[in-house]
Design a protein around this ligand. Structure first.
Ligand code: NDP
Length: 283
């Protein structure tokens, strides 16, 4: 079997076009959805992510504000900036790019963002809302991975979904989203014994470990949908995921490539969350 490739770039375009219609409807009512992104310091990768987020908003005609603060910005100054943006009616989505410098407590930062504007879905209230089945903002990467499955026609209800990884930004919310869509969910971690026993039983396998190519074709159930969240830079400078693409694609039914799978969906869902937030504010 050769897997169907889930084309994240083209699905991201399709999803952005759908959300652009909703943004245009708001703009016709005089409301332009607005996203503010704060970055503290000079982390090169973070700068690229932030530039891409701002560009995605501009492409859809959204209002976007990019606030670059020096690395020695105090925690108090950052919290004041967040409070200002929380109160700004032109801003519907607000995020602080992580990681922040070590002298700033990232949990205080996440707590300070208004839950109504928390488009990353990291505020404890929004985490709780997702856990209790009353989702307001789903974290963008797992929301994007779920959307890839849905747009590819992969059936989720009643299926066994295995998520490898339990981070707050990917693994845990991914598992909760799949549970909400009536999958039977198993979460595996670095402490799981006999990982392959679990992966071979997965109809849907989502891998988010940050360990290059750790999942190989012999660990896959024939016909499974395999979503690779990992982004790893190899010695030759190329990107690879957490699955061994060449061997897994011979066994799986669906597969996401890296790059071009989950990656393009993350920013797309950020834009979607911002537009949804503006819709709520307009009610
Ligand atoms: P974390 O390092 O926070 O979490 C990794 C998780 O993987 C942990 O729960 C860890 O288990 C588990 N793990 C590590 N090794 C193994 C193993 N050998 N077997 C089973 N489980 C293992 O990473 P993130 O969740 O933040 O990111 C994961 C990957 O996704 C990274 O490659 C990252 O770059 C990528 N990513 C991609 C995004 C995108 O937009 N496409 C966005 C965010 C992340 P334990 O808890 O026991 O340590």
């Amino acid at each position: 079997m050769t897997a169907k490739i889930i084309d994240g770039k083209s699905i991201a375009q399709e999803v952005r076009a759908e959300w652009k219609l909703r943004a245009d409807a708001l703009k016709a009512r005089g409301i332009t959805p607005g996203l503010a992104v704060i970055i503290v310091g000079e982390d090169a990768a973070s700068k690229v992510y932030v530039a891409n987020k701002v560009k995605a908003c501009a492409d859809l005609g959204l209002h976007s504000v990019h606030i670059a603060l020096p690395a020695d910005t105090s925690e108090a100054a950052l919290l004041t900036k967040i409070a200002e943006l929380n109160a700004d009616p032109k801003i519907h989505g607000l995020l602080v790019q992580l990681p922040v410098p070590k002298h700033i407590d990232s949990s205080k930062v996440l707590d300070a963002i208004s839950p109504d504007k928390d488009v990353d879905g990291f505020h404890p209230l929004n985490v709780g809302a997702l856990a209790t089945g009353n989702m307001r903002f789903a974290p963008c990467t797992p929301f994007g991975a779920l959307t890839l499955l849905q747009k590819s026609g992969v059936s989720i209800e009643g299926k066994h979904a295995v998520v490898i990884g339990r981070s707050n930004i990917v693994g845990k919310p991914m598992a909760l989203l799949l549970l909400q869509h009536n999958a039977t969910v198993t979460i595996c971690t670095s402490k799981t014994s006999d990982l392959a026993k679990h992966t071979r039983d997965a109809d849907i396998l989502v891998v988010a470990t940050g360990k290059p190519k750790m999942i190989t074709g012999d660990m896959i159930k024939p016909g499974a949908a395999v979503i690779d969240v990992g982004i790893n830079r190899m010695e030759n400078g190329k990107l690879c995921g957490d699955i061994d693409y060449d061997s897994v694609k011979e066994v799986a039914g669906w597969i996401t490539p890296v790059p071009g799978g989950v990656g393009p969906m993350t920013i797309t869902m950020l834009v979607a969350n911002t537009i949804q937030s503006a819709e709520r504010a307009a009610c």
